[in-house]
Design a protein. Structure first.
Length: 374
C-alpha cells in the first residue's frame, strides 16, 4: 500500500493528513470509486487522532448541525463502518453533565440541551435527561451536585482510536496509496487550478487536494494562498488507578468544568482504572505527541475530575498523554471547497472533538471533493 519513495505518484485525489478525518474522507472517496494518495508526515494515526480518548455519543449540547453530526457519527460507529469491520463501541453508556434549573429542576435545562436530546432520538438513539439524584442512584461512583442534570445514552461509550483508524485504512485499501512519514510541502497550482502537491518523496499529481492535517494545515494551505486561522492548543489525559476500579462508570463529559473520563483497562495485565482529562486553554504549544504527563498536569486534572469521581482523589497515575489539537476561532470546524484555487478542499478546526463526528465529516469532505472534480 505504500507509494514508491522518491517517485512521482498520481491519483484522483491527494489527501494530506492521516488522522481520523483524513482517513474517514479517504475511505469514503475510495468507496465512491476514486483513487486516493494519502500523505502524512507523522505516520498514519501517529498524531493526536491515534491517542484520542475515543468518546462517542449521539448527544451534543450545542444542538443544530453539531447534534445531527454527533448522532449520525455514533450510528456509523455502531454499524462498525461500511463493511462491519471497525472495532465495536465499548457501550459503557454516555453521560453528559449540563447545568440544571434553579433547585436542580429539569424544567430549567436550556433549550439547546433539549434540542440535542431530540436530535439524538430523531436519529434512532435512546437518550434521557436525569436530575442529580437519579444520576447518583444509577452511578454510585459519581458525585453530582444538585445544580446539575445529565443526558444519559445507553448505546454511547468509547472506542480505541488507533484501532478505528487502522480499520478505516483497511476499508480503503483497494483504492489507496499511502505515503507515510512523508511531508507535503506545497500545493501544486497551475493557472487557477490545483494539480497536486509537492512532497518530500516527490510530486503527487491529482486534480483535487484535501488538506486535513490539523495545525499543519495552515502552513500548507498558505502555499495555495488560503489562510486558515488555526492555533495549536494543549490537550492531554491521565490514566488513574484507584484502589477499586469504578465498574459502573459511564463515559462522562462534564460541560460545566471541561472534564471528561471513561473506564480504562490494560488487556495484557488485567489492570483497570480511569482515563480522564480536562480542557486546557494553553495555546501555541509544540506540535508533538508525548507519552506521560508532567506532575503539574496530573494534579490539574485530578483537582477537577475528583469532584465528579471521588475515587480519583488519591489514585495513583500509571500513564497518560500530552498532545495538541487545532484550535479554530469560535470553536467550529469546517469543510470548505475554495473557489480559488479550484480543486482545493480543507477540513480543519474541530478543536479535539472530531473523533465522534469523523464518519460524518469524512463523508462531507468526500462530497466536496467529488463536486470540485465534477
Amino acid at each position: 500500500m505504500s507509494g514508491p519513495g522518491g517517485a512521482a505518484a498520481s491519483a484522483d485525489v491527494a489527501v494530506v493528513g492521516g488522522g481520523i478525518i483524513g482517513l474517514a474522507a479517504a475511505e469514503r472517496l475510495v468507496a465512491a470509486g476514486l483513487s486516493v494518495v494519502l500523505i502524512d508526515a507523522a505516520g498514519i494515526a501517529d498524531g493526536p487522532s491515534g491517542v484520542s480518548g475515543g468518546l462517542v455519543r449521539a448527544f451534543d449540547p450545542g444542538g443544530g448541525d453539531r447534534a445531527r453530526a454527533a448522532a449520525q457519527g455514533l450510528a456509523a460507529y455502531l454499524r462498525r463502518g461500511r463493511h462491519g469491520r471497525w472495532p465495536a463501541v465499548r457501550r459503557h453508556g454516555g453521560l453528559t453533565l449540563v447545568p440544571a434549573g434553579a433547585g436542580g429542576a429539569l424544567a430549567g435545562v436550556r433549550a439547546g440541551v433539549l434540542a440535542g436530546v431530540e436530535a439524538a432520538r430523531d436519529a434512532g438513539h435512546s437518550a434521557w435527561v436525569h436530575d442529580a439524584a437519579e444520576i447518583r442512584e444509577r452511578f454510585p461512583s459519581l458525585s453530582v451536585s444538585p445544580d446539575l442534570a445529565g443526558v444519559y445514552e445507553p448505546s454511547a461509550g468509547w472506542l480505541p482510536a488507533r484501532a478505528v483508524a487502522r480499520a478505516m485504512l483497511r476499508d480503503a485499501a483497494d483504492g489507496l496509496t499511502v505515503l507515510e512519514r512523508v511531508r507535503a510541502t506545497e500545493v501544486d497550482i497551475r493557472g487557477s487550478r490545483v494539480r497536486g502537491v509537492r512532497t518530500t518523496a516527490g510530486p503527487v499529481a491529482a486534480p483535487a487536494v484535501l488538506i486535513a492535517a490539523g495545525v499543519a494545515s495552515a502552513d500548507l494551505a498558505l502555499t495555495a494562498g488560503v489562510r486558515l486561522p488555526l492555533r495549536s492548543r494543549s490537550i492531554g489525559y491521565c490514566v488513574f488507578e484507584p484502589r477499586e476500579a469504578p465498574g459502573d462508570l459511564p463515559a462522562v463529559v462534564d460541560t460545566t468544568t471541561g472534564a471528561w473520563l471513561r473506564r480504562w483497562s490494560d488487556e495484557a495485565t488485567g489492570r483497570g482504572g480511569v482515563l480522564a482529562g480536562v480542557v486546557s486553554h494553553v495555546t501555541g504549544v509544540p506540535v508533538t505527541v508525548t507519552r506521560g504527563t508532567p506532575p503539574a498536569e496530573q494534579e490539574r486534572v485530578r483537582a477537577v475530575v475528583a469532584r465528579r469521581c471521588p475515587a480519583l482523589a488519591d489514585a495513583g497515575v500509571c500513564g497518560g498523554v500530552m498532545a495538541h489539537d487545532a484550535l479554530a476561532p469560535g470553536g467550529e470546524g469546517a469543510v470548505t471547497a475554495w473557489p480559488e484555487p479550484a480543486g482545493l478542499v480543507t477540513a480543519t478546526g474541530w478543536n479535539g472533538g472530531a473523533f465522534k463526528t469523523a464518519p460524518v465529516i469524512g463523508e462531507r469532505a468526500a462530497a466536496r471533493i467529488r463536486e470540485v472534480i465534477a
